[in-house]
Design a protein around this ligand. Structure first.
Ligand code: MEV
Length: 442
């Protein structure tokens, strides 16, 4: 179907040409929209070229707030953490939780594994036990033939750490999988893993062509696809906090430490037993995790999909965080798989991601895993603390009020008066506008 909203050769148009076409065909006020889109171009052409290079058909940049959450004490080291997020209250909540735990021993972390995973899916019509019999030889050939691709990674301390055969013929006739494990050190390793897997696939085809005395069917391996898995349950980090219950202090609304600890623990249990709550609970964790993953130029889609699969690993979607109160000690922790990198990908190419890593002291991948998991835990602590004490709206309303006041260009004096006025009232755009109008006619 051809009409004015379709086009061929769009990618060949210049950037201005692309904008011209889109504004003329999809907007009511083309000139204004064109100006708007161009106003977000980077003033430095070289920088803009770098940004354009990350994707295709780019016409402008999409700005997102870049904020800082200071006072994160993680394993005794203090960090000021960069966060990219468009939701109000998230950075404030992370900062508040960081400060809370700073005076209670800080956050502790532990790397539980750094293994990444890849798969070659294939069909083979021979006998399953014959394939298992051949597999030690196949494994040797696959690893040997991949050497030119793995040698650099091996020099950096990584490489292929395992290759196994998985039989899926009960699920689908003749279906097998080679599942390989990798250590990719400071890189996320997606390109490395995918290249090795494609090499595995062609080595596998060649193996069956060359192997003596096979039937025609046995020579015919059908490669379906070769691709890394974003599910990396063994690339896992734990972040935790703990203190004596009484050291938790008093909470808003006069809630004492014991009551708080018990309500908090129950809230985590609810997220563990109820997928409806678990989804929102884990969303709160990813508010923090995604923000740091984005700020450091990592792949938030990979991190999200992996985290959610991990949360459902026993067949039910559950909380990623855990809480216990034992012998008068409150302990709260998060286990999360995080396959991230601090070299390769966007990490050093994106001008601000590079600054984020510098701000964090140019960490390696393991240190960044520790930082990201900690922010997820802090975010979760802040959210659940609000939920079991004041409720979430109080904090949100304060931020919403500030956003509306800024939008309506309130003066410092007007802001002060609005904060007092709305301390016990519901904030809405119209109520704030009316309040300001009232002040302005005084
Ligand atoms: C909002 O973005 C996140 C929360 O809903 C998380 C939670 O409920 O735990 C506050």
């Amino acid at each position: 179907m051809q009409n004015e909203k379709t086009i061929s050769g769009f990618s060949k148009l210049s950037k201005r040409g692309k904008i011209k076409w889109v504004v003329e065909n999809f907007f009511k006020d083309p000139e204004h929209v064109m100006k708007d889109l161009i106003s977000y171009w980077h003033h430095d052409e070289d920088q803009q070229q770098i940004l354009d290079g990350f994707s295709e058909n780019t016409i402008s940049n999409f700005p997102m707030p870049y904020g800082l959450a200071p006072n994160f004490v993680i394993d005794g080291k203090t960090y000021c953490v960069p966060m990219v997020i468009e939701e109000s209250s998230v950075v404030a909540a992370a900062s508040a939780a960081a400060k809370f735990w700073m005076s209670r021993g800080g956050f502790k972390t532990e790397i539980l594994g750094t293994t990444k995973v890849g798969q070659v899916h294939f069909k083979w019509e021979g006998n399953t036990s014959k394939l298992y019999g051949l597999f030690p030889e196949i494994r040797k050939v696959l690893i040997e033939n991949a050497k030119p691709l793995t040698v650099n990674m091996e020099n950096r301390g990584g490489g292929i750490t395992g290759v196994e055969l998985i039989d899926l013929t009960d699920e689908e006739p003749h279906l097998f999988q080679i599942r390989a494990q990798f250590e990719t050190v400071d890189s996320m390793g997606a390109n490395f893993i995918n290249s090795v897997l494609e090499q595995f696939a062609s080595s596998l085809e060649q193996f069956f062509l060359d192997y003596p005395n096979l039937s025609d069917d046995e020579r015919d391996v059908l490669i379906i696809m070769s691709i890394l898995s974003n599910y990396t349950p063994d690339c896992l980090v734990r972040a935790s906090v703990e203190c004596k219950v009484e050291e938790l202090g008093k909470f808003k609304g006069g809630i004492d430490a014991e009551t708080f600890a018990e309500k908090f623990r129950t809230a985590i249990t609810i997220a563990n037993i109820d997928p409806y709550r678990a989804t929102t609970h884990n969303k709160g964790i990813f508010n923090g995790i995604d923000a740091v993953v984005l700020a450091t130029g990592n792949d938030f889609r990979a991190i999200e999909s992996c985290g959610h699969t991990f949360a459902a690993r026993d067949g039910q979607y559950r909380s990623l965080s855990h809480c216990e109160i034992k012998d008068g000690v409150f302990r709260f922790w998060l286990d999360i798989p995080l396959a991230i990198g601090t070299v390769g990908g966007l990490t050093k190419l994106h001008p601000i991601a590079k600054r984020s890593l510098e701000l964090l002291g140019n960490p390696g991948a393991e240190e960044l895993m520790r930082i990201i998991a900690t922010v997820g835990l802090a975010q979760n602590f802040a959210a659940v603390r609000s939920l079991v004490t004041t409720g979430i709206q109080q904090g949100h309303m304060k931020m919403h009020l500030m956003n509306v006041l800024n939008h309506l260009q309130a003066t410092e004096q007007e802001i002060k008066e609005a904060i007092v006025h709305f301390s016990d009232k519901v904030v809405s755009f119209s109520s704030v506008r009316e309040f300001l109008q009232g002040l302005r006619v005084r």
